[in-house]
Design a protein around this ligand. Structure first.
Ligand SMILES: [Zn+2]
Length: 375
């Protein structure tokens, strides 16, 4: 992984690059960010930069002996510890080492995935993964060895919050009496689940969620989505590229058109068309139905904000802006809350397996009433 392959985060990249160039690399660093953020990707790019034999001003070279190995995650001085569990193929000595091939595939396919995806990838079924006592014993042995090729041994621990308490204490000991020429990169989603004594011994690298623009550009490049689809997904993904990727396979229709037609039919009391739409809604399937209602709520929130102050709404594609402008005229203080609540309730009922067609028609009747009785 190179810094240039990660969207945005210029400031964090700059700090990381400078720490290497100025020889101020802290021996233990905590890359802290929500699931689907760039925390793992940045830690990988950082390790690659540290080991690079021909460092460029802002990034690793990508072609030296070290970069080639780092890019395949096969550099002998780059070690991984991650939560694992027994599976059909690994029934005893359940250690990270045994899952390295899986790990490489998993990370190289997409470094923004979460624990659930990892557990699925190794075939854990319903078992929980963790970082075991035995794993920490291996880690202590590992760091006592000298580096093979580079200056440093780097140990990347993914999701250290899933350490067995014994393992966490063993790691704490290592951080208190750091072995020579060893770097620990902890990649975590929740610092509050770590021992405070561990976090206090690390330098924290806060990794913010991706912005909407970054998610859009990722979806366009990586999944070849068009503007509209990428934009719709970005609104639901909450800055997570993992969520965005999953939504890409779930979202099959154009929510915007469906929503605007729906509102128009409600407003004009065209209930025959509403019934037709309810058939379409039914066909979306439950996950898509929920996603659609969340999308609707999100767009609706924009309409309300627009009504308060136009400048509160940034970054709307032209067709959506046009709709928001028109629709905001029929939304008032009086009906806004009721409409939002109706959409929320529809989502609630779909989640609890109510009949989608009935939910849709029911909501439509309520919404029609609220739209026509704005005052
Ligand atoms: Zn290089």
């Amino acid at each position: 992984m190179h810094f240039s392959q990660i969207k945005g985060h210029q400031e964090t990249k700059g700090l990381l690059v400078n720490s290497v160039r100025q020889n101020h690399v802290a021996h233990a660093q905590l890359f802290l960010g929500q699931e689907g953020s760039a925390n793992l990707a940045l830690a990988l790019a950082y390790a690659t930069y540290i080991n690079c034999e021909d460092r460029q001003p802002n990034d690793s070279c990508g072609t030296c002996n070290s970069c080639v190995k780092m890019n395949k995650l096969v550099h002998p001085d780059f070690n991984f510890v991650m939560p694992v569990t027994s599976t059909k193929s690994v029934t005893k000595d359940v250690l990270s080492q045994k899952f390295l091939t899986d790990w490489r595939e998993f990370v190289l396919a997409n470094p923004y995935q979460g624990l659930n995806e990892w557990m699925q990838h190794i075939g854990a079924e319903n078992r929980q993964g963790n970082i075991s006592k035995e794993e920490s014993r291996q880690l202590v042995k590992l760091v006592s060895l000298k580096a093979f090729e580079g200056d440093y041994k780097i140990v990347l621990i993914w999701l250290p919050e899933l350490m067995h308490p014994f393992a966490a204490n063993a790691l704490l000991k290592l951080l208190e009496e750091p072995p020579a020429k060893t770097l620990f990169l902890l990649v975590s989603q929740s610092a509050e689940k770590l021992l405070a004594t561990i976090t206090s011994r690390t330098q924290i690298v806060q990794v913010r969620a991706f912005t909407q623009e970054e998610v859009i550009s990722y979806l366009q490049e990586k999944h070849g989505l068009d503007n509209t689809a990428a934009y719709q997904i970005a609104q639901l993904a909450e800055g997570s590229l993992n969520a965005a990727t999953k939504l890409t396979s779930e979202i099959s229709s154009d929510y915007f058109t469906f929503f605007t037609d729906w509102m128009r039919n409600c407003y004009t009391y065209k209930f025959d068309k509403v019934v037709d739409s309810s058939e379409e809604f039914q066909k979306l399937g439950r996950e898509n139905q929920k996603n659609f209602l969340l999308y609707a709520l999100n767009l609706f929130r924009k309409v309300m904000l627009y009504g308060v102050d136009e400048s509160l709404i940034a970054f709307l594609p032209p067709n959506e802006l046009d709709f928001v402008q028109k629709f905001s005229k029929v939304i008032t203080e009086n009906n806004a809350g009721k409409l939002a609540q109706e959409l929320n309730e529809a989502h609630y009922h779909i989640e609890r397996n109510a009949n989608p067609k009935m939910v849709f028609v029911d909501s439509s009747i309520q919404i029609a009433g609220y739209l026509r009785n704005a005052n």
